[in-house]
Design a protein around this ligand. Structure first.
Ligand SMILES: [Zn+2]
Length: 267
């Protein structure tokens, strides 16, 4: 039995004797199947020619991404706090060197995800770190490809994982899309870790909000306003997107200006 990984989205599926026939995540209109058709790989296959880059992004915030890039190429973030570390989003590759390096940084107390596209082999990661709980919004439950007792399906609009780390459901890209508010981030001014819930634009001065990024399907005005309103009660100066170097400064006003520009464009 193998836990196959979809080569397009990078998500690991439940164990099977042969590669699954379908990846529901890639067959959904928010994703796509690669040009060469549905392909599968596995962690042992990825270990042959890839490794993970582990590098501090800011004080107490470590990026973890795969080199060469795999699937959609996101990098995870490890938020380090005195009460324990939270892994935000995940990647497909896990190997001994990564486990050792992350243990040296204090390990992983909990895993939380923005949405089902950026989760990689998160169950494998949970198992490697003492079955760390995986916080997953209940509204995205149908998109769990490898069920496991580590999942904590949280409901409602916010969920505090530990002191100063709060999940905020924004919806939009997925009904259960969320962001992680890190109160101690940005030198205590607060930071948001956003994945695809707010996608950092290439100019790094704006974010955008799409139902599908690869297939270019926008969200409507109501959905965009809901995202902005969900984070409004929180203080934040920085937005960390889902890829290396995707960072927005002066983030609260950048978010407002991004929403205004977006709504104007679709009106
Ligand atoms: Zn996505």
């Amino acid at each position: 039995m193998t836990n196959y990984i979809c080569a397009t989205c990078g998500v690991q599926h439940a164990a099977s004797d042969a590669p699954p026939e379908h990846c529901p995540i890639c067959e959904d209109e928010r994703q796509y199947i690669g040009l060469n058709g549905q392909r599968w790989t596995s962690i042992p296959e990825l270990q042959k020619d890839r490794h993970n880059r582990i590098e501090d992004v800011s004080p107490n915030l470590t990026g973890i991404g795969t080199v060469p890039a795999f699937a959609i190429g996101q990098r995870a973030l490890l938020v380090r706090t005195p009460n324990g570390n939270v892994l935000w989003d995940c990647i497909s590759l896990l190997d001994d060197a990564t486990v050792e390096a992350v243990r040296a940084l204090g390990g992983i107390s909990a895993i939380a995800v923005s949405h089902p596209h950026t989760v990689g082999s998160l169950v494998e990661w949970s198992h490697a770190f003492d079955h760390a709980p995986i916080y997953w919004h209940a509204d995205n439950r149908q998109w769990v490809m490898r069920p496991d007792p580590a999942f904590v399906f949280w409901e409602g609009e916010t969920k505090t994982i530990m002191d100063g780390l709060t999940l905020i459901r924004c919806g939009g890209h997925f009904e259960g899309s969320d962001v992680l508010h890190w109160a101690q981030g940005a030198d205590g001014h607060g930071a948001l870790l956003t994945g695809d819930t707010m996608q950092v634009a290439q100019d790094r001065r704006y974010v955008s909000f799409m139902y599908s990024y690869p297939n270019m399907i926008p969200l409507n005005k109501r959905a965009v306003e809901r995202i902005v309103n969900a984070v409004e009660p929180f203080d934040f100066d920085l937005i960390y997107g889902g890829w290396w170097d995707y960072l927005v400064l002066d983030a609260k006003s950048a978010l407002k200006r991004s929403a205004e520009r977006y709504i104007k464009a679709i009106s």
